[in-house]
Ligand binder design. Structure first.
Ligand SMILES: [Zn+2]
Length: 459
Protein backbone atom coordinates (compact mmCIF):
# COMPACT_ATOMS: atom_id res chain seq x y z
CA UNK A 1 0.00 0.00 0.00
CA UNK A 2 1.23 3.55 -0.78
CA UNK A 3 0.39 6.31 1.64
CA UNK A 4 0.09 9.85 0.27
CA UNK A 5 1.41 12.74 2.31
CA UNK A 6 -0.66 15.92 2.47
CA UNK A 7 0.19 18.13 -0.48
CA UNK A 8 1.04 15.30 -2.87
CA UNK A 9 0.62 16.57 -6.41
CA UNK A 10 -2.59 15.45 -8.06
CA UNK A 11 -0.68 14.08 -11.05
CA UNK A 12 1.36 11.85 -8.70
CA UNK A 13 -1.78 10.60 -7.05
CA UNK A 14 -3.30 9.94 -10.47
CA UNK A 15 -0.19 8.00 -11.52
CA UNK A 16 -0.34 5.95 -8.33
CA UNK A 17 -4.01 5.22 -8.84
CA UNK A 18 -3.37 3.91 -12.35
CA UNK A 19 -0.40 1.77 -11.35
CA UNK A 20 -0.84 -1.93 -11.90
CA UNK A 21 -0.23 -4.46 -9.21
CA UNK A 22 2.37 -7.15 -9.86
CA UNK A 23 3.78 -9.90 -7.67
CA UNK A 24 7.50 -9.34 -8.14
CA UNK A 25 9.66 -6.72 -9.80
CA UNK A 26 13.27 -7.77 -10.41
CA UNK A 27 15.85 -5.12 -11.22
CA UNK A 28 19.26 -6.63 -12.11
CA UNK A 29 22.33 -4.84 -13.46
CA UNK A 30 22.08 -6.77 -16.74
CA UNK A 31 19.22 -8.72 -18.23
CA UNK A 32 19.88 -11.24 -21.00
CA UNK A 33 16.50 -12.35 -22.33
CA UNK A 34 17.98 -14.73 -25.00
CA UNK A 35 15.19 -13.63 -27.34
CA UNK A 36 15.90 -11.45 -29.27
CA UNK A 37 19.33 -13.03 -29.75
CA UNK A 38 22.45 -11.35 -28.36
CA UNK A 39 20.44 -8.70 -26.52
CA UNK A 40 21.98 -7.43 -23.25
CA UNK A 41 19.74 -4.95 -21.45
CA UNK A 42 20.80 -2.61 -18.68
CA UNK A 43 18.54 -0.59 -16.37
CA UNK A 44 15.62 -2.88 -17.12
CA UNK A 45 13.15 -4.69 -14.90
CA UNK A 46 11.36 -8.01 -15.22
CA UNK A 47 7.79 -7.95 -13.92
CA UNK A 48 6.24 -11.19 -12.68
CA UNK A 49 2.57 -11.87 -12.02
CA UNK A 50 0.80 -15.18 -11.42
CA UNK A 51 4.05 -17.07 -12.08
CA UNK A 52 4.54 -15.62 -15.55
CA UNK A 53 6.57 -12.81 -17.04
CA UNK A 54 4.15 -9.90 -17.32
CA UNK A 55 6.56 -7.28 -18.66
CA UNK A 56 10.18 -6.50 -19.48
CA UNK A 57 10.80 -2.79 -19.69
CA UNK A 58 13.15 0.05 -18.68
CA UNK A 59 13.33 0.29 -14.89
CA UNK A 60 12.24 3.96 -14.86
CA UNK A 61 9.05 3.01 -16.71
CA UNK A 62 8.49 -0.04 -14.51
CA UNK A 63 8.59 2.12 -11.38
CA UNK A 64 5.93 4.38 -12.88
CA UNK A 65 3.76 1.58 -14.12
CA UNK A 66 3.86 -1.19 -11.50
CA UNK A 67 3.20 -1.52 -7.82
CA UNK A 68 4.92 -4.77 -6.82
CA UNK A 69 4.30 -6.88 -3.73
CA UNK A 70 8.02 -7.66 -3.69
CA UNK A 71 10.89 -5.69 -5.23
CA UNK A 72 14.26 -7.35 -5.76
CA UNK A 73 17.27 -5.22 -6.59
CA UNK A 74 20.42 -7.02 -7.71
CA UNK A 75 22.86 -4.25 -8.68
CA UNK A 76 25.86 -6.51 -9.51
CA UNK A 77 23.99 -9.36 -11.14
CA UNK A 78 23.08 -10.78 -14.51
CA UNK A 79 19.52 -12.10 -14.92
CA UNK A 80 19.01 -14.87 -17.45
CA UNK A 81 16.40 -17.52 -18.08
CA UNK A 82 16.87 -20.45 -15.72
CA UNK A 83 19.04 -23.18 -17.20
CA UNK A 84 17.45 -26.24 -18.80
CA UNK A 85 19.31 -29.47 -18.02
CA UNK A 86 18.16 -31.74 -20.85
CA UNK A 87 19.50 -35.01 -19.55
CA UNK A 88 20.00 -36.39 -16.09
CA UNK A 89 19.23 -39.32 -13.81
CA UNK A 90 18.35 -37.30 -10.73
CA UNK A 91 18.15 -40.14 -8.21
CA UNK A 92 21.66 -41.30 -9.16
CA UNK A 93 22.96 -38.25 -7.31
CA UNK A 94 23.05 -40.64 -4.34
CA UNK A 95 25.74 -42.57 -6.26
CA UNK A 96 27.96 -39.54 -6.80
CA UNK A 97 31.56 -40.69 -6.45
CA UNK A 98 30.59 -44.31 -5.84
CA UNK A 99 32.51 -45.77 -8.79
CA UNK A 100 34.87 -43.21 -10.27
CA UNK A 101 37.65 -43.59 -12.83
CA UNK A 102 36.14 -46.58 -14.63
CA UNK A 103 35.15 -47.06 -18.28
CA UNK A 104 31.43 -47.23 -19.08
CA UNK A 105 30.91 -51.01 -19.10
CA UNK A 106 32.70 -51.94 -15.81
CA UNK A 107 31.31 -48.72 -14.29
CA UNK A 108 27.80 -50.02 -14.98
CA UNK A 109 28.43 -53.71 -14.25
CA UNK A 110 30.59 -53.43 -11.13
CA UNK A 111 29.49 -50.12 -9.66
CA UNK A 112 26.06 -48.89 -10.66
CA UNK A 113 23.95 -51.96 -11.43
CA UNK A 114 24.79 -53.95 -8.24
CA UNK A 115 23.97 -50.88 -6.17
CA UNK A 116 20.69 -50.34 -8.01
CA UNK A 117 19.81 -54.02 -7.68
CA UNK A 118 20.21 -53.80 -3.92
CA UNK A 119 18.79 -50.35 -3.21
CA UNK A 120 16.51 -49.18 -6.04
CA UNK A 121 13.22 -48.19 -4.40
CA UNK A 122 10.70 -45.37 -4.23
CA UNK A 123 12.43 -43.99 -1.12
CA UNK A 124 15.84 -43.98 -2.79
CA UNK A 125 14.41 -42.19 -5.84
CA UNK A 126 12.61 -39.64 -3.64
CA UNK A 127 15.72 -38.70 -1.63
CA UNK A 128 18.10 -38.81 -4.62
CA UNK A 129 15.78 -36.66 -6.71
CA UNK A 130 15.41 -34.12 -3.92
CA UNK A 131 19.20 -33.89 -3.59
CA UNK A 132 19.47 -33.36 -7.35
CA UNK A 133 16.76 -30.71 -7.37
CA UNK A 134 18.42 -28.87 -4.47
CA UNK A 135 21.78 -28.87 -6.26
CA UNK A 136 20.27 -27.82 -9.57
CA UNK A 137 18.23 -24.97 -8.07
CA UNK A 138 21.28 -23.70 -6.20
CA UNK A 139 23.17 -23.58 -9.52
CA UNK A 140 20.50 -21.78 -11.57
CA UNK A 141 18.75 -24.74 -13.22
CA UNK A 142 14.97 -24.41 -13.33
CA UNK A 143 14.06 -27.38 -15.53
CA UNK A 144 15.50 -30.87 -15.87
CA UNK A 145 14.81 -33.79 -18.15
CA UNK A 146 15.04 -37.04 -16.23
CA UNK A 147 15.41 -40.70 -17.10
CA UNK A 148 15.11 -43.10 -14.21
CA UNK A 149 13.04 -45.77 -12.46
CA UNK A 150 10.03 -44.86 -10.29
CA UNK A 151 9.31 -41.85 -12.52
CA UNK A 152 6.05 -41.22 -10.66
CA UNK A 153 8.19 -40.45 -7.60
CA UNK A 154 10.41 -38.13 -9.67
CA UNK A 155 7.28 -36.27 -10.80
CA UNK A 156 5.86 -36.12 -7.24
CA UNK A 157 9.15 -34.83 -5.85
CA UNK A 158 9.48 -32.19 -8.57
CA UNK A 159 5.94 -30.96 -7.86
CA UNK A 160 6.57 -31.01 -4.08
CA UNK A 161 9.71 -28.93 -4.56
CA UNK A 162 8.15 -26.73 -7.27
CA UNK A 163 10.69 -27.62 -9.93
CA UNK A 164 9.96 -27.87 -13.65
CA UNK A 165 10.72 -31.30 -15.07
CA UNK A 166 10.38 -33.47 -18.12
CA UNK A 167 9.87 -36.86 -16.50
CA UNK A 168 11.08 -39.74 -18.67
CA UNK A 169 9.50 -43.12 -18.00
CA UNK A 170 11.98 -46.01 -18.35
CA UNK A 171 11.41 -48.65 -21.00
CA UNK A 172 13.56 -51.78 -21.18
CA UNK A 173 13.01 -55.43 -21.98
CA UNK A 174 14.25 -56.82 -18.68
CA UNK A 175 12.82 -56.72 -15.15
CA UNK A 176 13.77 -54.19 -12.47
CA UNK A 177 12.34 -53.15 -9.13
CA UNK A 178 9.89 -50.93 -11.04
CA UNK A 179 8.44 -53.28 -13.70
CA UNK A 180 8.78 -56.83 -14.99
CA UNK A 181 8.23 -56.69 -18.73
CA UNK A 182 7.61 -54.30 -21.61
CA UNK A 183 3.84 -54.19 -21.15
CA UNK A 184 4.20 -53.36 -17.46
CA UNK A 185 6.74 -50.60 -18.25
CA UNK A 186 4.38 -49.06 -20.80
CA UNK A 187 1.21 -49.50 -18.70
CA UNK A 188 2.75 -48.07 -15.54
CA UNK A 189 4.22 -45.19 -17.53
CA UNK A 190 0.81 -44.30 -18.92
CA UNK A 191 -1.22 -44.86 -15.74
CA UNK A 192 1.19 -43.33 -13.22
CA UNK A 193 2.91 -40.58 -15.22
CA UNK A 194 1.72 -39.67 -18.72
CA UNK A 195 -2.03 -39.52 -18.00
CA UNK A 196 -1.98 -37.94 -14.51
CA UNK A 197 0.47 -35.20 -15.54
CA UNK A 198 -0.90 -34.54 -19.06
CA UNK A 199 -1.84 -30.92 -18.27
CA UNK A 200 0.38 -30.14 -15.30
CA UNK A 201 1.93 -26.65 -15.29
CA UNK A 202 5.33 -27.92 -14.04
CA UNK A 203 5.58 -31.45 -15.42
CA UNK A 204 5.98 -32.66 -18.97
CA UNK A 205 6.53 -36.35 -19.69
CA UNK A 206 8.33 -38.50 -22.22
CA UNK A 207 9.27 -42.13 -22.79
CA UNK A 208 12.88 -42.93 -21.96
CA UNK A 209 14.05 -46.22 -23.47
CA UNK A 210 17.55 -46.71 -22.09
CA UNK A 211 19.32 -47.47 -25.37
CA UNK A 212 18.73 -49.48 -28.53
CA UNK A 213 20.39 -52.54 -26.98
CA UNK A 214 17.78 -52.63 -24.21
CA UNK A 215 14.73 -53.12 -26.47
CA UNK A 216 13.62 -55.53 -29.19
CA UNK A 217 12.18 -54.22 -32.45
CA UNK A 218 8.70 -55.23 -31.27
CA UNK A 219 9.08 -53.27 -28.04
CA UNK A 220 10.23 -50.19 -29.98
CA UNK A 221 7.18 -50.43 -32.24
CA UNK A 222 4.81 -50.69 -29.23
CA UNK A 223 6.58 -47.73 -27.67
CA UNK A 224 6.37 -45.63 -30.83
CA UNK A 225 2.65 -46.27 -31.27
CA UNK A 226 1.94 -45.31 -27.65
CA UNK A 227 4.19 -42.23 -27.80
CA UNK A 228 2.33 -41.06 -30.91
CA UNK A 229 -1.06 -41.68 -29.28
CA UNK A 230 -0.10 -39.77 -26.14
CA UNK A 231 1.81 -37.13 -28.14
CA UNK A 232 4.89 -37.37 -25.91
CA UNK A 233 8.57 -37.29 -26.78
CA UNK A 234 11.16 -40.06 -26.66
CA UNK A 235 14.52 -39.63 -24.92
CA UNK A 236 17.25 -42.24 -25.50
CA UNK A 237 21.02 -42.67 -25.06
CA UNK A 238 22.39 -42.96 -28.59
CA UNK A 239 25.87 -43.48 -30.01
CA UNK A 240 27.54 -42.74 -26.68
CA UNK A 241 30.54 -45.01 -27.28
CA UNK A 242 32.16 -46.84 -30.19
CA UNK A 243 31.69 -50.09 -28.20
CA UNK A 244 27.90 -49.55 -28.21
CA UNK A 245 27.92 -49.18 -32.01
CA UNK A 246 30.22 -52.19 -32.54
CA UNK A 247 28.03 -54.40 -30.33
CA UNK A 248 24.89 -53.33 -32.21
CA UNK A 249 26.52 -54.05 -35.56
CA UNK A 250 27.50 -57.49 -34.34
CA UNK A 251 24.08 -58.27 -32.92
CA UNK A 252 21.76 -56.71 -35.50
CA UNK A 253 23.96 -55.79 -38.47
CA UNK A 254 22.83 -52.18 -38.01
CA UNK A 255 24.12 -49.09 -36.27
CA UNK A 256 21.73 -48.00 -33.46
CA UNK A 257 20.69 -44.81 -35.31
CA UNK A 258 19.96 -46.77 -38.49
CA UNK A 259 17.79 -49.24 -36.55
CA UNK A 260 15.94 -46.46 -34.75
CA UNK A 261 15.31 -44.75 -38.09
CA UNK A 262 13.92 -47.92 -39.64
CA UNK A 263 11.61 -48.34 -36.64
CA UNK A 264 10.17 -44.86 -37.22
CA UNK A 265 11.59 -43.14 -34.13
CA UNK A 266 13.88 -40.61 -35.84
CA UNK A 267 11.81 -37.43 -35.92
CA UNK A 268 11.39 -34.02 -34.24
CA UNK A 269 10.04 -35.69 -31.06
CA UNK A 270 13.32 -37.53 -30.46
CA UNK A 271 15.73 -36.28 -27.81
CA UNK A 272 18.91 -38.09 -28.67
CA UNK A 273 21.36 -38.13 -25.76
CA UNK A 274 25.14 -37.99 -26.38
CA UNK A 275 25.53 -38.57 -30.17
CA UNK A 276 29.30 -38.68 -29.75
CA UNK A 277 29.97 -40.85 -32.79
CA UNK A 278 27.83 -40.00 -35.83
CA UNK A 279 28.57 -40.32 -39.53
CA UNK A 280 28.00 -37.41 -41.91
CA UNK A 281 25.02 -39.20 -43.41
CA UNK A 282 23.52 -39.65 -39.93
CA UNK A 283 24.09 -35.98 -39.13
CA UNK A 284 22.31 -34.95 -42.34
CA UNK A 285 19.43 -37.28 -41.49
CA UNK A 286 19.17 -35.86 -37.96
CA UNK A 287 19.09 -32.31 -39.32
CA UNK A 288 16.43 -33.17 -41.88
CA UNK A 289 14.30 -35.02 -39.33
CA UNK A 290 14.48 -32.28 -36.69
CA UNK A 291 16.08 -34.56 -34.08
CA UNK A 292 17.24 -32.79 -30.89
CA UNK A 293 20.58 -33.60 -29.25
CA UNK A 294 21.35 -33.51 -25.52
CA UNK A 295 25.10 -32.90 -25.38
CA UNK A 296 26.66 -34.09 -22.08
CA UNK A 297 30.33 -33.16 -22.45
CA UNK A 298 31.59 -33.77 -18.91
CA UNK A 299 30.03 -37.23 -18.69
CA UNK A 300 31.53 -38.08 -22.10
CA UNK A 301 34.93 -36.95 -20.84
CA UNK A 302 34.72 -38.77 -17.54
CA UNK A 303 33.65 -42.10 -19.05
CA UNK A 304 36.14 -41.60 -21.92
CA UNK A 305 33.30 -41.91 -24.44
CA UNK A 306 34.77 -39.28 -26.76
CA UNK A 307 33.94 -35.70 -27.73
CA UNK A 308 30.82 -34.95 -29.73
CA UNK A 309 31.55 -32.51 -32.62
CA UNK A 310 28.68 -30.23 -31.66
CA UNK A 311 29.88 -27.23 -33.68
CA UNK A 312 29.32 -29.41 -36.77
CA UNK A 313 25.88 -30.41 -35.52
CA UNK A 314 24.91 -26.76 -34.98
CA UNK A 315 26.25 -25.84 -38.44
CA UNK A 316 24.11 -28.61 -39.91
CA UNK A 317 21.07 -26.93 -38.32
CA UNK A 318 20.46 -29.45 -35.52
CA UNK A 319 19.06 -28.17 -32.23
CA UNK A 320 21.82 -28.96 -29.69
CA UNK A 321 21.06 -28.57 -25.99
CA UNK A 322 23.12 -29.33 -22.90
CA UNK A 323 22.70 -31.96 -20.19
CA UNK A 324 24.79 -32.94 -17.20
CA UNK A 325 23.89 -36.64 -17.27
CA UNK A 326 23.70 -38.22 -13.81
CA UNK A 327 25.96 -37.20 -10.95
CA UNK A 328 27.41 -40.72 -10.93
CA UNK A 329 29.21 -39.87 -14.18
CA UNK A 330 29.88 -36.12 -14.02
CA UNK A 331 29.97 -35.61 -10.90
CA UNK A 332 28.02 -32.37 -10.57
CA UNK A 333 24.69 -31.13 -11.90
CA UNK A 334 26.18 -27.73 -12.63
CA UNK A 335 24.98 -26.20 -15.88
CA UNK A 336 27.44 -23.28 -15.68
CA UNK A 337 30.42 -25.62 -15.77
CA UNK A 338 28.68 -27.80 -18.38
CA UNK A 339 28.13 -24.91 -20.80
CA UNK A 340 31.71 -23.73 -20.25
CA UNK A 341 33.02 -27.22 -21.00
CA UNK A 342 30.80 -27.44 -24.10
CA UNK A 343 32.18 -24.17 -25.47
CA UNK A 344 35.83 -24.99 -24.71
CA UNK A 345 35.68 -28.52 -26.14
CA UNK A 346 33.95 -27.35 -29.32
CA UNK A 347 36.77 -24.86 -29.92
CA UNK A 348 39.44 -27.50 -29.37
CA UNK A 349 37.96 -30.23 -31.56
CA UNK A 350 37.06 -27.88 -34.41
CA UNK A 351 40.41 -26.00 -34.20
CA UNK A 352 38.38 -22.80 -34.22
CA UNK A 353 38.35 -20.42 -31.24
CA UNK A 354 35.18 -18.84 -32.61
CA UNK A 355 33.27 -22.13 -32.50
CA UNK A 356 30.47 -21.92 -29.90
CA UNK A 357 30.68 -18.41 -28.47
CA UNK A 358 29.69 -17.65 -24.89
CA UNK A 359 26.37 -16.41 -26.20
CA UNK A 360 25.81 -19.64 -28.20
CA UNK A 361 26.67 -21.74 -25.13
CA UNK A 362 24.12 -19.81 -23.05
CA UNK A 363 21.51 -20.37 -25.77
CA UNK A 364 22.26 -24.10 -25.72
CA UNK A 365 21.72 -24.11 -21.95
CA UNK A 366 18.42 -22.20 -22.13
CA UNK A 367 16.22 -21.84 -25.23
CA UNK A 368 17.76 -24.77 -27.13
CA UNK A 369 17.08 -26.95 -24.08
CA UNK A 370 13.49 -25.74 -23.85
CA UNK A 371 13.02 -26.46 -27.57
CA UNK A 372 14.54 -29.93 -27.19
CA UNK A 373 11.89 -30.71 -24.56
CA UNK A 374 9.05 -29.17 -26.58
CA UNK A 375 8.76 -26.37 -24.01
CA UNK A 376 10.07 -23.38 -25.96
CA UNK A 377 6.66 -21.72 -25.78
CA UNK A 378 6.75 -21.91 -21.96
CA UNK A 379 10.33 -21.38 -20.80
CA UNK A 380 13.94 -20.86 -21.97
CA UNK A 381 13.82 -17.09 -22.55
CA UNK A 382 12.61 -13.97 -20.77
CA UNK A 383 9.58 -13.10 -22.87
CA UNK A 384 6.18 -11.79 -21.84
CA UNK A 385 3.76 -14.65 -21.31
CA UNK A 386 6.33 -17.34 -20.53
CA UNK A 387 6.74 -18.82 -17.07
CA UNK A 388 9.05 -16.78 -14.86
CA UNK A 389 11.84 -19.37 -14.75
CA UNK A 390 14.81 -17.15 -13.96
CA UNK A 391 18.38 -17.27 -12.64
CA UNK A 392 20.32 -14.33 -11.24
CA UNK A 393 24.11 -14.56 -10.93
CA UNK A 394 26.43 -12.26 -8.98
CA UNK A 395 29.36 -11.09 -11.10
CA UNK A 396 30.85 -8.91 -8.37
CA UNK A 397 33.34 -11.61 -7.37
CA UNK A 398 37.12 -11.60 -7.70
CA UNK A 399 37.05 -14.30 -10.37
CA UNK A 400 34.43 -12.48 -12.47
CA UNK A 401 35.79 -8.93 -12.42
CA UNK A 402 36.14 -6.70 -14.35
CA UNK A 403 33.04 -7.12 -16.47
CA UNK A 404 33.52 -6.06 -20.08
CA UNK A 405 30.97 -8.52 -21.39
CA UNK A 406 28.53 -9.99 -18.84
CA UNK A 407 27.64 -13.01 -20.99
CA UNK A 408 31.32 -13.92 -21.40
CA UNK A 409 31.84 -13.55 -17.66
CA UNK A 410 28.83 -15.71 -16.90
CA UNK A 411 29.90 -18.54 -19.21
CA UNK A 412 33.68 -18.45 -18.77
CA UNK A 413 34.12 -17.39 -15.13
CA UNK A 414 31.00 -17.88 -13.00
CA UNK A 415 30.78 -20.73 -10.51
CA UNK A 416 27.53 -22.30 -9.37
CA UNK A 417 27.84 -20.61 -5.97
CA UNK A 418 27.61 -17.21 -7.68
CA UNK A 419 23.99 -17.91 -8.56
CA UNK A 420 22.14 -15.82 -5.98
CA UNK A 421 18.47 -16.08 -6.91
CA UNK A 422 16.27 -18.50 -8.78
CA UNK A 423 12.58 -18.40 -9.58
CA UNK A 424 10.57 -21.32 -10.94
CA UNK A 425 7.19 -20.27 -12.35
CA UNK A 426 7.58 -17.07 -10.34
CA UNK A 427 8.26 -18.80 -7.02
CA UNK A 428 11.42 -17.53 -5.34
CA UNK A 429 13.36 -20.76 -4.78
CA UNK A 430 16.85 -19.41 -4.09
CA UNK A 431 17.13 -16.11 -2.24
CA UNK A 432 20.60 -14.58 -1.96
CA UNK A 433 22.15 -18.04 -2.20
CA UNK A 434 19.83 -19.80 0.26
CA UNK A 435 17.31 -22.45 -0.71
CA UNK A 436 13.93 -21.18 0.44
CA UNK A 437 11.76 -24.29 0.30
CA UNK A 438 14.21 -27.15 0.90
CA UNK A 439 15.49 -28.11 4.34
CA UNK A 440 19.15 -28.74 3.45
CA UNK A 441 20.09 -30.10 6.90
CA UNK A 442 17.43 -32.78 6.92
CA UNK A 443 18.21 -33.64 3.30
CA UNK A 444 21.93 -34.01 4.01
CA UNK A 445 21.21 -36.28 6.98
CA UNK A 446 19.11 -38.60 4.78
CA UNK A 447 21.78 -38.56 2.07
CA UNK A 448 24.40 -39.60 4.58
CA UNK A 449 22.26 -42.57 5.59
CA UNK A 450 22.13 -43.64 1.92
CA UNK A 451 25.90 -43.28 1.67
CA UNK A 452 26.32 -45.79 4.48
CA UNK A 453 23.94 -48.32 2.91
CA UNK A 454 25.33 -47.99 -0.61
CA UNK A 455 28.96 -48.17 0.44
CA UNK A 456 28.18 -51.50 2.11
CA UNK A 457 26.57 -52.80 -1.12
CA UNK A 458 29.71 -52.32 -3.18
CA UNK A 459 32.12 -53.77 -0.61
ZN1 LIG B 1 22.37 -40.77 -19.20
Amino acid sequence: MILYAAGTALSDAYTAATMRHCDTLIAPRWCVPIEPPDSVLTDHAVVVTDGRIADLLPLSEALQKYQPSVSIERPDHILTPGFVNTHTHAAMTLMRGLADDMPLEPWLREGIWPTEQRWLSAEMVRDGTELAIAEMLAGGTTCFSDQYFFPEIVAETAVDRHMRAMVGTPVIDFPTAWADDISEYLNKATDLVHDPYADHPLIATCFAPHSTSALSDESFVDLRILADQLDVRVQIHLHETTAEIAAALQETGKRPFERLNELGLVNASLLSVHCVHMTQVEVACMAESGVNIAHCPRSNLKLASGIAPVADYLSAGINVAIGTDGAASNNVLDMLSEMRTAALLAKAVSHDAAAISASEALKMATINGAAALGLAHETGSIEVGKWADLACTDLNRLNSQPVYDPVSQLVYTARADQVSDVWVAGKHQLDKGSLVHIDSESLLARVDEWRGRMAAATN
